[in-house]
Design a protein around this ligand. Structure first.
Ligand code: EPS
Length: 387
């Protein structure tokens, strides 16, 4: 059973988005502003669509927090959809006076057709509203809680964009983690390489003029993660598997790699595995090809995971599709969309990594209160130093 449990609800143009979070220890300082920082970052990014100009995502803490501290019970988080004002007659829960215009031309690459067939919905809006990446707002909100818990234990999580289309960032390879974090936070595209960022913007601009979209790759990194989260003893306890699932379930993600990832399959073992040394106080590694995970267990190195996002499926110049009623050839539906949302996806990836690590942290250390959790973490760190 998960120790940091959460679920989201909400449609893209419905009244609002909701999350429940269970398992957060009592006594964790938590303000709405801790969560709003991530929500604002998720809305940024060159290439975002018109919706982001409508919304200013801010969370209200509906339950589980009193006087700035968690109570140990479930948290309830709410982010209203401002755009619902324009959709009241089409997205409200009451029966409609007259049926709204249905979406009947499924977009290749989106959940529209598979979902419509599976759930037997003729108006594909019933599928796309929940499949929309708008749902990631709540992943980031939940991730804000997880980040706060991790920060109390000294763990930081951030993400940055390393490619968009065929433009690759390089600078991050020779920078320390803190510089990459600071640079990407200051960048429109969450990219730590200003030269690459300019070329990425050009590529997005060009794709936009062609009525097209662009994907890319982001990298999420967690630093100061203690040795020993996750376990080698059972398949569903392996932390690399849990991280891969968490990344893969982000909308539009099609590939995930940890550490050297696919590159490790192309070179010899001696170039892949990280030699073990000891500096008198702790075990050290001169490099981190493993991405901080060996045998499904954190090894004390930064956890490094990359995820590949496909280009957004809603195209202004649509691909051929079929009208679901007439079965006639038709252009896929288009209302509005982002051209590129890799920067936003990187913030979601950061949230998902934080959530998995918070879960693994609570699994290993437990604690009904933050005080108890920190005492357990400290005791374990002392145990490690005596190993
Ligand atoms: C999104 C909100 C959506 C889309 C986007 C993500 O708003 P709307 O549908 O009103 O334009 O901009 O969704 C998709 C990319 C998608 O494929 O569904 C958001 O809040 O991130």
């Amino acid at each position: 059973m998960a120790h940091f449990r959460w679920l989201t609800a909400g449609e893209s143009h419905g009244p609002g988005l909701v999350a429940l979070v269970d398992g957060v220890p009592a006594g964790l300082p938590l303000l709405a502003s801790d969560i709003d920082d991530g929500l604002a970052r998720r809305q940024r990014g060159y290439g975002r669509g018109g919706r982001m100009k409508i919304e200013t995502d801010r969370v209200t803490l509906q339950a589980g927090v009193r006087g700035g501290e968690t109570l140990g019970g479930p948290l309830a988080l709410l982010v209203p959809n401002k755009d619902f004002e324009s959709w009241k007659g089409r997205m409200g829960p009451e029966p409609f006076d007259s049926p709204p215009e249905p979406v009947v031309r499924p977009r290749p690459g989106h959940a529209d057709l598979a979902g419509g067939l599976k759930y037997d919905r003729r108006d594909l809006r019933d599928i796309l509203e929940r499949a929309s990446a708008r749902e990631t707002t709540m992943r980031v909100a939940v991730g804000g809680v997880a980040r706060k818990l991790l920060a109390a234990c000294g763990i930081d999580v951030f993400a940055h964009v390393i490619s968009i289309g065929d433009v690759n960032a390089l600078a991050h390879k020779s920078l320390d983690a803190e510089t990459v974090r600071l640079r990407s936070r200051a960048s429109d595209l969450s990219c730590a390489d200003p030269d690459a960022e300019e070329r990425m913007k050009e590529a997005i601009h060009t794709a936009s003029h062609a009525g097209d979209t662009l994907g890319g790759v982001f990298e999420a990194i967690a630093t100061n993660v203690p040795v020993g989260l996750g376990s080698h003893v059972q398949w569903d306890r392996k932390l690399d598997g849990r991280i891969a699932q968490a990344m893969m379930c982000i909308q539009a993600i099609k590939g995930v790699e940890i550490g050297m990832g696919f590159e490790a399959a192309r070179v010899r073992g001696s170039e892949v595995h990280d030699p073990i040394a000891h500096n008198g106080a702790a075990f050290t590694r001169p490099r981190n090809g493993a991405g901080g995970l060996e045998g499904g267990i954190t090894n004390g190195q930064p956890v490094v995971v990359r995820a590949a996002m496909k280009p957004i499926a809603t195209l202004r110049k649509p691909l051929p599709s079929v009208h679901v009623d007439s079965k006639q050839v038709a252009d896929a539906a288009f209302e509005r969309s982002d051209i590129c949302a890799v920067a936003a996806a990187s913030v979601v990836g950061e949230a998902m990594l934080a959530i998995v690590l918070a879960d693994a942290l609570l699994e290993k250390f437990g604690g009904d209160s933050l005080k108890e959790l920190l005492r357990n973490v400290d005791g374990y760190r002392t145990q490690l130093s005596n190993y």
